[in-house]
Design a protein around this ligand. Sequence first.
Ligand code: PLP
Length: 376
Amino acid sequence: MIPFNKPPFVGKELEYMQQAIANGKICGDGAFTKKCHEMLEKQTQSSKVLLTTSCTHALEMASLLADIKPGDEVIMPSYTFVSTANAFVLRGATIVFVDIRPDTNNIDEKLIEAAITPKTKAIVPVHYAGVGCEMDTILEIAKKHGLLVVEDAAQGVMAYYKGRALGSIGDLGCYSFHETKNYSMGEGGAVLVNNPNMLERSEIVREKGTNRSRFLRGQVDKYTWVDMGSSYLPSDINAAFLSAQLEKAEEINENRLASWGRYYEGFASLEAAGFAERPIIPAECSHNAHMFYLKVRDIEQRTDLISYLKDNGVAAVFHYVPLHSSEAGLKFGRFSGEDKYTTKESERLLRLPMYYGLTENETDYVVEKVKSFFGK
Ligand SMILES: *Cc1c(COP(=O)(O)O)cnc(C)c1O
């Protein structure tokens, strides 16, 4: 069986975890956490990167830093993970869902302005599959209307839009290091603080609402409760695990891109024959091969293909069920405008096995089986 995902493992994880334990400081913000912060700041050019316990928590931090209050509205696509919405719902916001573009499955930037009301506080673009949203347009709209931009870049580590790292472009960016993502610490994430006005408060919110970080740097002589916050910092053991993978970030990225490219070439004839569509990457985006998907005719054909592949030892899976039509989505949000593509595209998208270490033989086997399903 070719699995859908295998968590990345590069070899030095255990050694670094042992070092973290030997350091005698396995709580948050130890030596390995600092090392991860430095590596990520260098790669993204963000002024501050802070590891968190998950991307869900990075999004919750962003919601606190954006000062979301009951009654505020937050604009995002409906085709995303529940955490994108939950983070703002937890602070009392109403979610305003906007349709996606059929080419990238990202929020359609041309529909955002029509969704803005006097209550709108923030726009949350989600970089689906590590392919950047149309950020220049989104930043322009945000500036014009005085809104904050929080990037859900959970899938976007090591991917770029016009040469800028995803997550480093809006006021805040959120990364995931869950084991299903390109780089992993089991459960974990990071918040990228790009807005200089949020730098100090980001440390406070992450450290239970205290000024402990300033205290540890010797900037205040005792630490106290200064704001609301929670515990969003991971153990240094998890950071040690991640640091081994961040050291090999280029290698992991190239390996995934090679598999992605092999799928892409392999399915060219299937697309030319009109059986399935391959992903579209806009010229201004360089992606990270987080995912390889195909779009087939409709949900029935997708269900048949998933079970055909399963019978042939290949684990292929569908993805998000749109949030706006879910039980909680109906309660906490509304859809702005027409759902022209969100439901339709979500029903015909199929993800194929993709992970660090996927072999050429495995990729070729998957391509062959998909083609044989279509009688090719
Ligand atoms: C994975 C993912 C998340 C959640 O990440 P966790 O680290 O598991 O909390 C949020 N948003 C998107 C788009 C994701 O893909």
